[in-house]
Design a protein around this ligand. Structure first.
Ligand SMILES: Nc1ncnc2c1ncn2[C@@H]1O[C@H](COP(=O)(O)OP(=O)(O)OP(=O)(O)O)[C@@H](O)[C@H]1O
Ligand SMILES: [Mg+2]
Length: 237
């Protein structure tokens, strides 16, 4: 059974249809990336999974249970974590406070301290920034906080929209490495990425969204070799 399954999703913003029978699956333990051009509906797919938007019809299943349209806090409790596109930190709060907000829905308080220690091991740079207000961090540092905060919710599935957007090359590499590390520690990852080449290098499987439905999908290694993908998304190299 896949960890996440979208079946025949149709989504509208008012009269404008964005998804046309969109279907995809995310297998447990994998890194799956969703590629696609601007305005193809990638972020809208994230909103559907995270319960921020209801599809007109179609279904979302997580771990075998239908979750279509459930409110986001319920999805967090079930194990879906997210790093939203704009990172959406609480800018006036410190890094420490932002991290602890990631555990807001948890009742297993005893484990929260362990997870806090664990994320600081994963993101040692944040240790030096714990008392700094999040809004004053660099873009790369804010991305680290957003990832660490999502992990504080102990997600089984981590959803990330454009995790490398706006980051310097050094941070891009660092973030991709961290995604792999997090995945090896047992977290399934579903990510939207503009940088198809980099995303496919760390992903197990990829989907290509074109005007709201899946045009192409396959193991990441095959997509990297696929001439259609190379022309459209990898700069033809
Ligand atoms: N809140 C909204 N109201 C109306 N239309 C919207 C809204 N959000 C997105 N859209 C439209 O839906 C389409 C898909 O948008 P979406 O943000 O999902 O694309 P995307 O693939 O993430 O694009 P990008 O690569 O630019 O991030 C776009 O045409 C966009 O203008
Ligand atoms: Mg987007």
């Amino acid at each position: 059974m896949p960890l996440l399954e979208l079946q025949q999703i149709n989504t509208f913003y008012g009269p404008v249809q964005v998804h046309f029978d969109l279907s995809l699956v995310v297998e447990q333990g994998q890194i799956v990336c969703l590629l696609g051009g601007n305005a193809s509906g990638k972020s809208t797919t994230m909103k559907i999974i995270l319960g921020l938007l209801k599809p007109h019809n179609g279904s979302v299943h997580f771990d075998g249970q239908e979750i279509t349209g459930l409110p986001t806090p319920q999805l967090v409790r079930r194990g879906i974590g997210s790093v939203p596109e704009s990172r959406r930190l609480f800018p006036a709060m410190t890094v420490r406070e932002n991290l602890l907000m990631g555990a807001f829905s948890r009742t297993d308080r005893a484990n929260v301290q362990n997870d806090y220690d664990h994320v600081l091991q994963l993101f040692p740079k944040l240790r030096e920034r714990l008392e700094q207000r999040a809004g004053t961090l660099s873009g790369g540092e804010q991305q680290m906080v957003a990832m660490a905060r999502a992990l504080m919710g102990r997600p089984r599935l981590l959803c990330m929209d454009e995790p490398t957007m706006g980051l310097s090359p050094l941070y891009v590499d660092r973030v991709l490495e961290l995604i792999q590390t997090i995945n090896r520690q047992g977290v399934t990852v579903f990510m939207v990425e503009q940088n198809a080449n980099l995303a496919l290098q760390i992903a197990h499987y990829g989907y290509v969204l074109q005007t709201g439905s899946i045009a192409l999908h396959g193991p990441a290694r095959e997509l990297l070799r696929n001439p259609q993908i190379r022309d459209a998304y990898l700069g033809g190299v």
